[in-house]
Design a protein around this ligand. Sequence first.
Ligand code: PLP
Length: 452
Amino acid sequence: MTPQPNPQVGAAVKAADRAHVFHSWSAQELIDPPAIAGAEGSRFWDYEGNRYLDFTSGLVYTNIGYQHPKVVAAIQEQAATMTTFAPAYAVEARSEAARLIAERTPGDLDKIFFTNGGADAVEHAVRMARLHTGRPKVLSAYRSYHGGTEQAVNITGDPRRWASDSGSAGVVRFWAPFLYRSRFYAENERQECERALRHLEDTIAFEGPQTVAAIILETIPGTAGIMVPPPGYLAGVREICDRHGIVFILDEVMAGFGRTGEWFAVDHFEGVVPDLMTFAKGVNSGYVPLGGVAISAAVAETFARRPYPGGLTYSGHPLACGAAVATIRVMEEEGIVEQAARLGAEVIGPGLAELAERHPSVGEVRGVGMFWALELVRNKETREPLVPYNATGEANAPMAAFGAAAKKRGLWPFINMNRTHVVPPCNITDAEAKEGLAALDEALTEADAYVS
Ligand code: PLP
């Protein structure tokens, strides 16, 4: 049954939320979470009857949209046959999900360790790398996001970690490529790639290669601004890892499962195969919490005759795995990965490039598939961000005005710092994509007013 608008129910939902729900990443008394009545496909609606086109895919996870009937039916069927069973047993939903995932991951990433989401996948990948190498340190990039648990947030190279950074024992951060904001060092992608690889080599040399267990990167950093790495960078990191016996971890929690127009973002970079690859979100469109680590033959071998000292009560939960099996089948049947690639290349990408030409507040457009960011600036020449990092209150007025204008036009935008990310469901229609672009166009006029 599709929930319908009802302001009275909405008020009660909101009151209970305000009284009892402790929200992520928020000062509890400074927020006003909207009460959502329902969602279907690429849209959701509130209890007042306002409908929104979702250009956020939730938190970039509803890759097949909300309430896909085949996946909802599969979850109901799974609940009816086997809602849950502990991870130490072989059950159909779990083994079938692992098989379908392993068939799609690159190279020899053929064993799947299931987690409840992305952060714990990162925690386990790092732990496997430390156990596999016997080394302590992990190298991670600034401008990255790897999750909100203690270890994952410390590995994260995002200013939000400052509030809880416990000193990051064993974590060393480096600068991955980002040409738009590396202009003092590099003038083109090739130079930026060389700079970033030399810098990584230097970092390893000064840390001592024999102390480095892993290098972790998002294949295409998402939360930090959707920066597609230049050609040769990931292959270069792979080569550095091989030379020093370092485990290469690619985090595909956000970029995986069709988001970039390939099953995994790493598929855009020929010949690159990590040793460990984390996933979550799109694996089942976030319908039931699920994440995991895809493990190479070499790392799996370490734990062939020696126990892996880690696990989770809900590892490979049948309901979540049943949803993953159905989601992957729907993605195949409906050609959703191909659709994301086509929409990105033919509609979203060109549409955003055209907006950048007309709007003085758009400094750069970057992305691939259904994974795009617009970097908003005060001045295209100086590239000064439209708002400072982590801006709140008056300092955030330009982004707040942009966001309010988009919502007024029926578009729910993804806003992070001075950027808006364009990350709708991968199976959005052409008409919806154009509708969203038109709303963005109008909303960007608000941001233009702050350009100097
Ligand atoms: N890794 C990446 C690349 C992510 O984007 C995220 C979440 O956005 C995470 C890890 C953490 O995932 P979760 O929120 O499911 O713990």
